[in-house]
Design a protein around this ligand. Structure first.
Ligand code: NDP
Length: 290
């Protein structure tokens, strides 16, 4: 359920060896998926859940997952006892625990299992999957998650996968913002952008952002839409709430959250996450190209 930018390539790995039913809010996307890969289109969430042994969700946030539980078209009344729900949404740890409790009351198992690796990783089937579940549920989930994941990691009880993912993405956000600030200044000072990136990537300040994303997108000035900035903004917000829930002070993550909120307000719901750098370039009056 949820054939978005990352849900669609993940679902493509679930074709074969089992019966596959897909549901997407915009039905045309589910029909296009079935035309390309096979399977059956469900008309409603309830129709998708009825008789399902395993149900996977990949929606923007926990709120959308929770909204599918109830009501005449909801999944809760349709799921059979013993079914397994795997939520690959980058969600909220407390919401994951709430969902797990509601499903458990109907005899349904649940794991939160957000992913990392981007749309390329989803296409290649090499995602990292961060799982929060009871140990037996994790063992049941592992072979299914291995269809699209390479590293399938059990991090603790329900909620632990979501917490891990939120912290990961908060660090990604901080790296993006710090890169944009530092490199806008370097370019303004006349340091050649490509050379500076190469030096960074041979030095201790390098990161996934500088090694993988910057050469592909910033230096070339191409801004493909693979992961919406709005979703990263949501992730940093989850991380802030998570660190606060643990009584840990979070000034850096708070500031990153404020900056990503502002970037989302300026760039809109459809901008890609790396466009935060483009905004910083505009503010500094430079372009980090080379
Ligand atoms: P998209 O915005 O591309 O897709 C969102 C999906 O959720 C679509 O199928 C959309 O349906 C559906 N949806 C949106 N709102 C609702 C709703 N109210 N009810 C039911 N369905 C709804 O997101 P992504 O695929 O990029 O992301 C999905 C999740 O995976 C997010 O939690 C994201 O943070 C995470 N993620 C994304 C990565 C990426 O590289 N893109 C990487 C790692 C994690 P419709 O087609 O009708 O719009």
């Amino acid at each position: 359920m949820g054939l978005g930018a990352i849900g669609r390539p993940m679902a493509a790995h679930l074709v074969g060896g089992n019966e596959l039913t897909v549901w997407n809010r915009t039905r045309a996307r589910a029909e296009a998926f079935v035309a390309a890969h096979g399977g059956r289109v469900a008309s409603t969430p309830r129709d998708a859940a009825a008789g399902a042994e395993v149900l996977l969700t990949c929606l923007p946030s926990s709120a959308e997952v929770e909204s599918l539980l109830d009501g005449p078209a909801g999944i809760l009344p349709a799921l059979s006892r013993g079914a397994l729900v795997l939520d690959c949404t980058s969600g909220d740890p407390e919401a994951a625990q709430r969902i797990a409790r509601r499903l458990a009351a109907s005899g349904v198992e649940f794991a939160d299992c957000p992913v990392s690796g981007g749309t390329n990783g989803a296409e290649a089937g090499t995602l990292t999957v961060m799982v929060g579940a009871d140990p037996p549920t994790f063992e049941r989930a592992r072979p299914i998650l291995a269809r699209f994941g390479r590293r399938i990691e059990h991090l603790g009880p329900v909620g632990a996968g979501s917490a891990m993912k939120a912290v990961n993405n908060a660090l990604l956000a901080v790296n993006i913002l710090a890169f944009g600030e530092g490199f806008s200044a370097l370019v303004k000072a006349g340091v050649p952008a490509r050379q500076a990136v190469e030096v960074l990537n041979a030095s201790s300040g390098r990161s996934f952002v500088s090694e993988a994303l910057v050469p592909d997108r910033v230096l070339t000035g191409t801004w493909p839409n693979t992961f919406r900035l709005a979703l990263l903004d949501k992730d940093v917000g989850i991380a802030v709430r998570f660190v606060e829930s643990q009584g840990v002070g979070g000034p850096i993550l708070h500031l990153a959250a404020d900056l990503f909120h502002a970037a989302r307000a300026a760039l809109g719901e459809d901008a890609d996450y790396l466009e935060a750098v483009r905004l910083q370039e505009k503010q500094a009056g430079v372009e980090i190209r080379g």
